[in-house]
Design a protein around this ligand. Structure first.
Ligand SMILES: Nc1ncnc2c1ncn2[C@@H]1O[C@H](COP(=O)(O)OP(=O)(O)OP(=O)(O)O)[C@@H](O)[C@H]1O
Length: 250
């Protein structure tokens, strides 16, 4: 199952994705996490060190090709990329993580990007779940994968404007090359007294609201202190809500 998480900056997409991976890891399935948002701090919130990104590998190959040097062991470019991707994959007890890093530069290096896409698609087949933390602009997603996405989860803040953005993302998603089987919305940082209103607005906009996470002091505090959100206790209120979503929809 391929799940993409999107949402504009600051809504809590990284926090949600972290809790989603944490909850999903309890199912004892193989999980690949792809951090495709250069602005997110997913490795930090997951609590893992990442040395190299896919972007770094792209640059490495570019430099070798430009300097007209031989690739190690007489490898083809595709083989080189493939071996490097497997090398930079961060393996943990609960999931594997691939960080895309900086996006493609302006000088199009299309064949490399196509190969990367192919390698990542191939890699994805080894996992029960692939969770992609996407960039705000969905167009990038089609550059990163050729596979269709089973579930797109749009994270939003609890505002009418936020929900309208979610509606826009949903419309945009329908126009992309990559197809989404289902598009759901999760509202984050919702105060209990506004839950009803958020539900009403979502209904008005025809959005499938699958969860409302409360504003949670513990999340704010962990982030403030730089403690990985992965370490949040099992009884954390926001985490409990994410667990419900995982049990019901994933
Ligand atoms: N449920 C929550 N309760 C309290 N604070 C939250 C909650 N979710 C997220 N935050 C806080 O909101 C801020 C933004 O969260 P986060 O970094 O997850 O957002 P994001 O959408 O991934 O943003 P960006 O893409 O800009 O990194 C952080 O300071 C985080 O601690």
């Amino acid at each position: 199952m391929i799940v993409a998480v999107s949402g504009k900056g600051g809504v809590g997409k990284t926090a949600f994705t972290t809790l989603l991976v944490k909850a999903l890891s309890k199912k004892n399935k193989n999980i690949l996490v792809v951090d495709a948002d250069p602005d997110s701090n997913l490795p930090d919130t997951l609590g893992v060190e990442v040395e190299k990104t896919v972007g770094d590998i792209r640059e490495e190959l570019k430099k070798i090709v430009e300097s007209k040097k031989e690739l190690p062991g007489g490898m083809s470019k595709l083989e080189f990329l493939k071996s490097k991707i497997y090398e930079i994959l961060v393996e943990t007890d609960n999931y594997d993580l691939l960080v895309m890093g900086r996006p493609e530069g302006s000088g199009c290096y299309c064949s490399v990007n196509n190969w990367l896409r192919q390698i990542i698609d191939e890699l994805s087949k080894y996992y029960d779940y692939v969770i992609i933390d996407t960039e705000a602009g969905l167009e990038h997603l089609s550059r990163r994968t050729t596979q269709n996405v089973d579930l797109m989860i749009v994270v939003t803040d609890p505002s009418k404007r936020g929900l309208k953005t979610a509606e826009r993302i949903k419309k945009l998603a329908n126009e992309l090359e990559v197809k989404f089987k289902d598009i759901y919305v999760v509202a984050n940082k919702v105060k209990p007294e506004y839950e009803k209103l958020v539900e009403e607005y979502a209904k008005e906009l025809n959005l499938k609201l699958i969860g409302k996470l409360p504003y949670n002091k513990e999340i704010a505090e962990y982030d403030l202190k730089g403690i990985p959100l992965w370490n949040l206790p099992e009884d954390n209120e926001a985490y409990k809500r994410v667990k419900e979503i995982v049990d019901k929809y994933l």
